[in-house]
Design a protein around this ligand. Structure first.
Ligand code: ADP
Length: 449
């Protein structure tokens, strides 16, 4: 584009594709709440709404030394957590990379790897007492108790055979036994959203919602037992608040029936080229794994139409998933007149020659729109939960994940959308970062179990 007019035409086109206006957002909330109810009342719905067998939130006074492990992101983490009461905790942590071979090889080998990492960790941080272990396992699991659950299906690039339909706590306990680690006992199995919720509640008792905004996106919240129509077991016993249970929503799969999410042609392309087309649509519009890829498809389209980089496409940018979401964060942080940092990244890393300021402005606008849409849809989910649970009198939302932690203005975009949807009542909703909350949350679940 060689004139301001042409540029504003491009901006206008992008805005009209990506901005979700408040009326549309409110309409999506209504469908979302309807889907929540469906998932609470029947099995195998788009929103799985999985009971997490956690019926009690921490009080902040919990004290104990607990092991926690975390499987579900790019790393395997082992932590030794010392809960010190008054919402305080100390932890020692090690991260181990889960190789592609382990993700796709035999399940027993994967679990032997977990046990070996725990054994190595305990050599480094020896303790002679028997330890409870909280297992954060962030894949959809059907649970029958707090300490066990069977894997429904793998996601996020894992496919190890021999694990689906098995009790993953049992698989871990067996692998620990093979390494002679008889003093470690798996006492809680939790999703990372549940861990985030618990760790938020440990420091703020008004925390009723936990959200992950990282590689993937998902949420857990505290639900009234009498609203879980599909519940078959007895009401949770030894619990101070037996009328409640935490629900792992698996919200990423929202709008499976494609009733309301305003997918652009770029989103459709990302979905079609993904490992799971037609599934996890909300996750694909919100989470870190996909935002960069959506932005890349927008750039490809504009390049193809010779509206960006003078039609020049570099080999790197034409590669799927080459444009990581962290680039978007970086671009949004460039407030210079000449957008020099954006230019450097595009020229030096992505090898696009002679990037103009106008190119940079377009790319920055794409990032802003895709990032802001993600935050507004996360707000949509929060509003769905607080209206359904009637928590408008006050609720803290604990959030973990790099997208929330590092993406500029992400939290304010969520707050803006909450204000648009709820008006002044939105002031009663607070957001808090629960950094690595899932590890601490798993430890809390192990203590509460
Ligand atoms: P995980 O969800 O795998 O446990 P993270 O919470 O770190 O781990 O999320 C990783 C995701 O966050 C990746 O998709 C990555 O693209 C994205 N990400 C990493 N750094 C940033 C950043 N600075 N800004 C925005 N997104 C980021």
């Amino acid at each position: 584009p060689d004139s301001d007019e042409a540029l504003s035409e491009i901006f206008h086109e992008l805005d009209s594709k990506f901005i979700i206006h408040v009326d549309d957002l409110a309409r999506i909330v209504r469908v979302f709440v309807k889907e929540m109810k469906r998932g609470l009342n029947a099995e195998r719905q788009p929103l799985k709404m999985l009971p997490a067998f956690v019926s009690r939130l921490p009080t902040g006074s919990e004290c104990d030394q607990v092991l926690a492990i975390d499987v579900g992101g790019s790393n395997f983490r082992v932590c030794l957590i010392e809960l010190q009461g008054k919402g305080a905790a100390r932890s020692k942590q090690r991260k181990y990379v889960i190789s592609e071979e382990l993700k796709t090889g035999q399940g027993a080998v994967l679990f032997d790897f977990f046990a070996q990492c725990i054994a190595d960790f305990l050599k480094e941080y020896p303790t002679n007492k028997s330890l409870k272990l909280g297992f954060t396992f962030s894949f959809p699991c059907s649970q029958k108790s707090i300490s066990s659950g069977t894997l429904t299906n793998w996601t996020k690039g894992f496919s190890a055979p021999g694990v689906v339909d098995q009790d993953v706590s049992e698989l871990l306990q067996q692998a620990l036994a093979r390494k002679n680690l008889h003093s470690v006992h798996v006492t809680a199995l939790v999703n990372d959203t549940v861990g985030t919720l618990l760790s938020g509640a440990y420091v703020n008792e008004q925390t009723y919602i936990g959200i992950i905004l990282g590689t993937g996106s998902n949420a857990a919240y505290v639900e009234r037992m009498d609203r879980i129509g599909k519940w078959e077991g007895p009401a949770a016993q030894d619990s101070l608040t037996p009328e409640y249970m935490v629900i792992n929503m698996e919200w990423g799969n929202f709008d499976k029936e494609q009733e309301c999410l305003p997918l652009t042609s770029y989103d459709v392309q990302v979905d079609q080229a993904s490992m799971n087309p037609g599934n996890q649509l909300l996750e694909k519009l919100i989470s870190g794994m996909y935002l960069g890829e959506i932005a890349r498809y927008v750039m490809l389209d504009l390049i193809h139409r010779r509206l960006l980089f003078r039609g020049h496409l570099s080999p790197l940018l034409s590669k799927a998933y080459s444009f990581d979401t962290s680039n978007m964060s970086r671009f949004e942080r460039d407030h210079s007149q000449s957008l020099s940092d954006i230019k450097i990244v595009l020229e030096d890393i992505f090898k696009i020659p002679h990037v103009s300021v106008t190119d940079c402005r377009i790319v920055k606008r794409i990032c802003q729109l895709v990032g802001q849409r993600s935050a507004r849809l996360a707000a949509m989910g929060i509003v769905g939960i607080v209206t359904h649970t009637n928590r408008l009198d006050g609720c803290n939302v604990a959030i973990d994940g790099s997208l929330y932690e590092h993406y500029p203005h992400y939290g304010s975009h969520i707050k803006d959308a909450l204000l648009e949807l709820l008006g002044i009542a939105s002031e009663k909703i607070t957001l808090s970062l629960a950094r690595d909350g899932s590890g601490q949350g798993a430890a809390l679940a192990a203590v509460l179990a």
